[in-house]
Design a protein around this ligand. Structure first.
Ligand code: ADP
Length: 244
């Protein structure tokens, strides 16, 4: 059963033009789906419909098998991991305090909190002696890893990433991609990632959704899309991004 699905979803911000148009889509369990498309195509809107930050103008969004209950958003968000571009780390908290914040709020036992934090730091390649440092004492890539650890702390079954790796230099980005794939191997989850970078999507995602002006142009694996682009838009998008 898909953990997330969209049932003919429309979204308009101004009551006139649609930012998303008839999105009918399932996100299979434990699969990484990338939402790809040019700026303004509706990628972030689609992601924010999953965590309830935005509501559909029409249609329904199902998460964990139920239509989202907008009176219960905090409970839903506790079950979702969310990472955005930049890291959103708290500058006055140490690495460990940032990573463990949610678990402490959930009143986990201290030993369980520390074990989970240590496990995540290992999985994302963060040296344990960084635990007491503050974000400004880390490189951009290290901060991004801390952000990933924090989002994974409660072991959410669903993980949403909005251009999370966008600001990194190519080498760091490539390293984090490897750690992302490793983490997905060890702790598989249903991931929805927004990216404008088709190469990133091809590397990390098993399902790719191509958006154009709020409409789905094509859904498929990277290979399917590369071999059989459904529309001229997809074909041109691939050419522009991959230089093929
Ligand atoms: P992307 O993530 O692909 O860049 P967005 O989902 O951010 O696209 O935006 C899709 C469309 O919706 C754009 O035309 C954008 O201007 C519009 N939009 C996004 N957020 C808002 C908002 N909060 N209020 C009004 N319009 C918005």
């Amino acid at each position: 059963m898909p953990l997330i699905s969209f049932d003919h979803v429309y979204k308009s911000y101004d009551g006139k033009e649609y930012a998303l148009h008839d999105i009918h889509l399932a996100f299979p369990e434990n699969v990484t789906t990338a939402i790809v498309g040019p700026s303004g195509s509706g990628k972030s809107t689609l992601l924010q419909l999953i965590n309830g930050l935005e509501r559909p103008s029409d249609g329904l969004v199902f998460v964990f098998g139920n239509a989202i209950d907008y009176t219960q958003l905090p409970a839903l968000r506790r079950r979702l991991g969310y990472a955005v571009q930049g890291t959103g780390l708290f500058p006055h908290l140490t690495v460990t305090e940032n990573i463990t914040l949610l678990a402490v709020l959930e009143k986990w036992e201290p030993q369980r909190v520390w074990q989970r934090a240590e496990e995540l730091m290992r999985l994302t390649g963060l040296p344990l002696d960084f635990a007491k440092r503050y974000p400004y004492q880390l490189s951009g890539g290290q901060q991004q890893r801390v952000g990933l650890c924090r989002a994974m702390m409660l072991n959410p079954k669903i993980f949403l990433l909005d251009e999370a790796f966008g600001a990194l230099d190519p080498i760091t980005r490539s390293e984090i991609h490897q750690e992302f794939l490793h983490l997905q191997n060890v702790e598989p989850r249903t991931i929805v990632m927004v990216t404008h970078d088709l190469k990133e999507a091809l590397k990390l995602a098993q399902q790719i959704v191509i958006l154009n002006k709020g409409r789905i142009e094509q859904i498929g694996s990277g290979e399917q899309l590369l071999q059989n682009p459904a529309t001229e838009f997809v074909s041109n998008f691939f050419k522009s991004q991959l230089g093929a």
